[in-house]
Design a protein around this ligand. Structure first.
Ligand code: UDP
Length: 237
């Protein structure tokens, strides 16, 4: 793909300018990182799998009325998206306790939470993405308008309802996931970034087998096979 000037390179994606000032080209990389990039790896074909999985999920969410940055998929590893200014909050939704939640609160791994828990983390690698609340957001100047945070929470809950129902029909439990939002040139808040097994945890409904980046984080092997299985279930219900 003939790309324009690179705007930004992140851990899992590169962003390029296009001839349209309101659009960017997103390239999905094969690189894998975990634990704030202390653990690094690569899995050939992972970028293409995440590009296809994210495309299917963004299309589903758009159909359900969620505003996203996604415009269209261009080839196996590239999508065209609306250019947004990313709000530096990672919005995490949890249905089942695992990962950092069990370490922080001592909840048993696998406990089904009584409701979808929405958390905010400050997107700052140097600080290790600390958990924050609405008042921290105000002090950090992330938003002066706290109702924006209510909007992020309501979008996160809506997305959780749509995706949990979608995946359970495909024998996948949506355990938790991370969202990022951005503001477009008119100030509208859009869902951005990606939604893939890099940013979600999926467990098989029957066996609870992990089919996401935890296979890399925990050295379980078969990372690509797991991502392929998630895509297969998305495509052939
Ligand atoms: N997550 C993510 N990027 C991050 C941190 C978390 O995509 O920088 C996702 C992670 O894949 C999981 C959810 O957010 O689906 C909750 O992650 P958790 O806080 O348990 O963190 P971790 O176990 O990754 O440290």
């Amino acid at each position: 793909m003939d790309t324009g000037q690179m705007l930004y390179e992140g851990k899992g994606k590169k962003l390029f300018l296009t001839e349209n000032a309101n659009e960017v080209l997103v390239e999905f990389k094969d690189d894998l990182t975990a634990f704030n990039a202390e653990k690094k790896g690569s899995e050939q074909g992972k970028g293409a799998l995440n590009c296809e999985i994210s495309t299917a999920i963004f299309e589903l969410l758009a159909k359900e009325g969620v505003s996203t940055h996604f415009i269209k998929k261009l080839d196996s590893t590239h999508m065209l998206c609306k250019k947004v200014e990313i709000i530096p909050i990672e919005v995490v939704v949890r249905n089942v306790a695992t990962g950092s939640l069990i370490k922080r609160l001592g909840i048993d791994e696998g406990k089904v939470l009584p409701f979808g828990l929405v958390e905010f983390y400050y997107k700052d690698d140097a600080l290790g993405d600390p958990i924050i609340n609405d008042e921290h957001c105000k002090i950090l100047g992330i938003t002066q308008d706290v109702s924006e945070l209510d909007f992020l929470r309501s979008q996160a809950r809506k997305i959780n309802a749509i995706l949990s129902a979608f995946f359970i029909e495909r024998n996948l439990r949506l355990i938790d996931f991370k969202l990022e939002f951005g503001r477009d040139s008119s100030g509208h808040i859009l869902l951005a970034d990606e939604i893939s097994p890099d940013s979600c945890r999926f467990w098989d409904k029957d066996s609870n087998e992990k089919l996401d980046k935890d296979r890399f984080r925990q050295n379980l092997g078969s990372v690509k096979v797991a991502y392929e299985e998630v895509l297969r279930r998305i495509l052939n219900k």
